[in-house]
Structures are given as structure tokens and as C-alpha cells.
Design a protein around this ligand. Sequence first.
Ligand SMILES: NC(=O)c1ccc[n+]([C@@H]2O[C@H](COP(=O)([O-])OP(=O)(O)OC[C@H]3O[C@@H](n4cnc5c(N)ncnc54)[C@H](O)[C@@H]3O)[C@@H](O)[C@H]2O)c1
Ligand SMILES: [Zn+2]
Length: 380
Amino acid sequence: VTDRRSRPPSDHSIASIDAHGYVVSVAPGLLGRAGEIILAAAPAHRYAVISDSNVAPFYADRLLAQFITGLGQPAGAVPLCTIPAGEAHKTRDTWTALTDQLLGAKLGRDSAIVALGGGVVCDMAGFVSATFMRGIPVVHVPTTLLAMIDASIGGKTGVDTPHGKNLVGAFHQPAAVVIDPEVLNTLPVAELRSGLAEALKHGAIADAEYFDFVSRTANALLAQDPSQRDVPALNHVIERSVRLKVGVVTADEREKGARKALNFGHTIGHAIELLSGFTMRHGEAVGVGMLLEATAAERDGITEPGTSARIRDALANAGLPTMRPAGPSASSIIEVLHGDKKSRGGAAEYAVPTRIGIMAAADSGFTVRLPDALVAEVLA
Ligand SMILES: NC(=O)c1ccc[n+]([C@@H]2O[C@H](COP(=O)([O-])OP(=O)(O)OC[C@H]3O[C@@H](n4cnc5c(N)ncnc54)[C@H](O)[C@@H]3O)[C@@H](O)[C@H]2O)c1
Ligand SMILES: [Zn+2]
């Protein structure tokens, strides 16, 4: 977690980060060589690519061409399964449609899946891979910042239900993760910004210096015109956050302890994301969640005064929301978060820092209980 080896990579170097059992590779232009990595990490008789309706038109051909030239698959033998873009489609119905497509294309046990897309595609394709023929390999080729630094790493897969997010799923580690930062050039800035919230979270839970770096450079990372962006800084964010997430999840693959730190901002964040009917992006909701959870923990005496103010400033620097949507009542948010996270006797569990870079309750499961009444006060 305190690995400080990462430096801004020079433009053409490949960073290979060992995640115990699979490697996360990061390099500009890597999409053009993804085929080699897929073949080596997940040798299979047949492949299928799962993507979404926004990403496939940009990048699917480039990936599919490598199956024909490099992997000896005849043209047309690799089904491209394209799901409609958006969180609203991360459902059991989409899982059914995808598995039917794979069965229809006669993929068997000796197949592998390539996930080409953001966190929704990674979670969805991951869950399909976890369950198809009782589990076949998946290689993630994440195309959003959020998926690069978070959703593609650690093996959590799943779908949403009307009762809450990610309530049906499985742990299924990828065979490899292939990150080409250049694909971020087509990502809408609002999505890039949403991913930056998770980078701020990584800093807040484990590395104060990194937190300040992300906050300070946010503006230069988020230029509307990709050619005006601070690319070395953006590549540094990807590499630093990947190393940090890998460090946490390899120490705790099944979320028994340290991994819970990654839930900072997510107890309240998931509830407001769900109650917004997914009009709020995941990262936007997590940003506000971090601010509100830190505020409550400050009032409870767990977190150092001034911590929530630093989070508020960092969110503002990144142009992320600092207020929750006004619609849902405090009590409805609390009701939803009780359904999402373990709760007992008028209090729910939260992962919060004692100050930026240091987590509370590190020796007792990385979770604290905050009284509902206090959280309600902060939400109001
Ligand atoms: N499994 C995990 O550990 C984990 C961790 C964090 C988040 N998640 C999940 O990830 C999801 C959020 O992921 P997200 O923020 O990537 O959302 P997303 O997958 O919906 O992608 C955001 C939008 O950007 C589009 N897009 C993606 N890449 C693009 C590109 N390169 N160019 C143009 N458009 C592109 C998508 O089509 C979509 O419209 C949530 O469902 C969340 O629960 C999972
Ligand atoms: Zn998240």
C-alpha cells in the first residue's frame, strides 16, 4: 500500500504490476498489442468479446483484428457481444442475454472472454465468465479511468437488482488486465472526472501525498481537449492507483479486512447513486459519500478535524459534486444504506480515515459504526 516505486512512466514503457496470479499491464498504445497478452495469459480454443454500445464502435475492430491475424481464429469466429451502455443494463436480464449468445455461438468450456469497456462491462463480463460453464477465464481491457484503476482489478463481479447494487455476483479474478491510457481520449470528460473520485479515494485511504497530487493536478488531467491534458500526470495516476488497489486486494482477496478500506465513501455513495436512479455517476456519488462519511466521522471524534474540508476542496478542484442530490430524504438514504451494508442496532458500518492517508480501525476490520442519528444530521 505504501509502495512508492511508481514514477510517471515515460511514454512507451510498459508497467507490469503483479497482482498474485495475474499481471496488470499499463502502456500507451497497448490496445494494439492486447492480442499477444490475451493469448499468453488466457490460452483458449475460442474467444468472445463483450463490450458496450459506446465503446465497441471505437475499439472493437482493433481488438477483433488481432484475433484473426495473431490468434489464428477465422474471421467471424470471435463473437462480439455488445450490450447497451449504462448502469441500468448491469442486470440479470443482460446476463441471460449474454450467456444465451455465447451458448448460441457454441462456445464451450475451453473458451475465454475479453471484457472491453468501463466498469459496467467489466462487472458484467466478469460475472458471465464466473458462471459460464462454471467459470472460464476473463481478460479485462478497461476503457474508463474508473475501470482501469478500480473495477478491473480484484475479481469482484456482479449485477444490480432493484434491491441494491452488486447484490448478485461472484469473486472471479481476471487472467490479465490490459490498460491502454490512450483510449481515454474518447471518454467524455464527465466520465474521466468520475474516475478521478476513486483516485482521490485511494489517496485518502493510503497515501496523503498522492491525494494532494490528484487534487492539485485535477484541472490539468481533465482538459476537455485530450491534446491539452497533462498526459504524464494522468499516466502516473493510473499506475499509482493500480499499484495501490493491487496492494490492497492481494493482501485480502475476499474482503475480510484491509480491502474494506476501499469502501470509503461507498456506504452513503451507493445509497445516493441508487436513489438517483443512476443519473448520478458512481464516482460522483462516491465523492459526495466520502465527504459526508468523513464529516460524520469527524463529528463522532473518529476523524481529525479538517479532514472533510480537505476532501471538499479536492472534490471542488476536480469539479466533482460536493452536495448530495436534494431529492431523497435523509431517512430514505439511511434505509437504503442499511440494506446495502451490514448494520445493527441503529448504526451502519463505514470505512473512514482518521486523517487523509490513514484508515481508522486498522486493527479491527477497518470498519467503524456511526449512529444513524448522527448520519441523518449530516445528510440533512
Ligand atoms: N468490481 C469492482 O471492484 C468495481 C469497482 C468500482 C466500480 N465498479 C462498478 O463499475 C461501474 C462504473 O464503471 P464506469 O464508471 O466505468 O461506468 P461505465 O462502464 O458505465 O462507463 C461510463 C460511460 O463511458 C462509456 N465509455 C467507456 N469507455 C469509453 C471510451 N474509452 N470512450 C468513450 N466512451 C466510453 C460507457 O459506454 C458509458 O457510457 C459501476 O457499476 C460500479 O459498481 C466495480
Ligand atoms: Zn467505487
